[in-house]
Design a protein around this ligand. Structure first.
Ligand code: SF4
Length: 263
């Protein structure tokens, strides 16, 4: 496993955590916007695009150790030979599962997801972060307590995660494209501080961020969209992670709140 640059993936000792590349590639539409271009900048995927682009089939592939990473471009690819990697690490670590892929994409069979969850269960010393765009599938599994299970959204909305069987559940509002705004009418009445609240049910952590990679600054979130989410979380005692890319356009660096859920 390699170290990750995802800023909130931090080991218990505060050092950067790891990416477990058990799956790469993804078929969600956002691949066209962000992942495809950002990941293409990595050398192995770039080599693929130079030589074998026609190999892409939009189906799940099974990689062999000799093929390295991204052997089928941005097609979903499963690396069964990496399954035991977290077990070799004895020191407690925080491990992001499949950056640049989606373990819960509808193209991944339940069997593979269950293999991954079994390894997670067998590594109670580590914390695993699972993030998907395919929210509905999270309801189909029972997650060990050493998982932080989340989905990403790029707008603020009422969130219900109560039915997901996991101890720590989070929403990544990233990249935030639109949201609830400052409501001056309520503010003038003196009833609230002027921010609408977004209902967060069964949520134990939220992450908020802006566009990154090749799309940096394409859409800059408004300060009141972010503050609506922050205040909604704070009202319920939910920790908040504001990503570095919200500064300096939207917030001063010193204003960023960076909290993690308990382990
Ligand atoms: S869901 Fe995640 S991994 Fe898939 S294309 Fe979008 S950003 Fe990339």
């Amino acid at each position: 496993m390699n170290k990750t640059t995802i800023e909130y993936v931090l080991n218990p000792d505060g050092t950067p955590g790891y990416n477990w590349a058990i799956i790469t590639g993804c078929l969600h539409p956002c691949s066209k916007l962000y992942c495809y271009n950002t990941m293409k900048a990595s050398s192995s995927l770039n080599r693929f695009y130079k030589k074998n682009r026609e190999k892409e089939t939009r189906e799940l592939h099974f990689a062999k150790p000799s093929e390295g990473l991204w052997p089928y471009g941005f097609d979903p690819t499963y690396y069964s030979y990496r399954l035991e990697e977290p077990m070799f690490k004895k020191k407690p670590a925080t491990i992001f599962v499949a950056n640049g892929g989606d373990l819960f994409g509808k193209w991944i069979p339940n069997e593979i997801i269950n293999y991954v969850l079994t390894v997670i269960r067998d590594c109670p010393q580590h914390t695993f972060i699972l993030l998907t765009k395919n929210y509905g599938r999270l309801y189909e599994f029972e997650f060990p307590d050493n998982c932080w299970v989340g989905f990403s959204r790029n707008y603020s909305a009422e969130i219900h995660m109560d039915g997901i069987k996991a101890k720590t559940k989070f929403v990544s509002f990233e990249p935030l494209h639109y949201g609830f705004s400052f409501d001056s009418r309520i503010c003038e009445n003196g009833q609230t501080d002027g921010y609408r609240r977004v209902a967060l049910h069964g949520v134990s952590w939220i992450i908020i961020g802006a566009e990154s990679g090749t799309r940096v600054n394409k859409i800059i979130p408004r300060r009141d969209w972010v503050m609506t989410l922050v205040k909604s979380a704070q009202d319920k005692g939910i920790p908040v992670w504001m990503k570095k890319n919200l500064a300096p356009e939207v917030f001063d660096k010193s204003e960023l709140i960076q909290e993690l859920p308990g382990r």
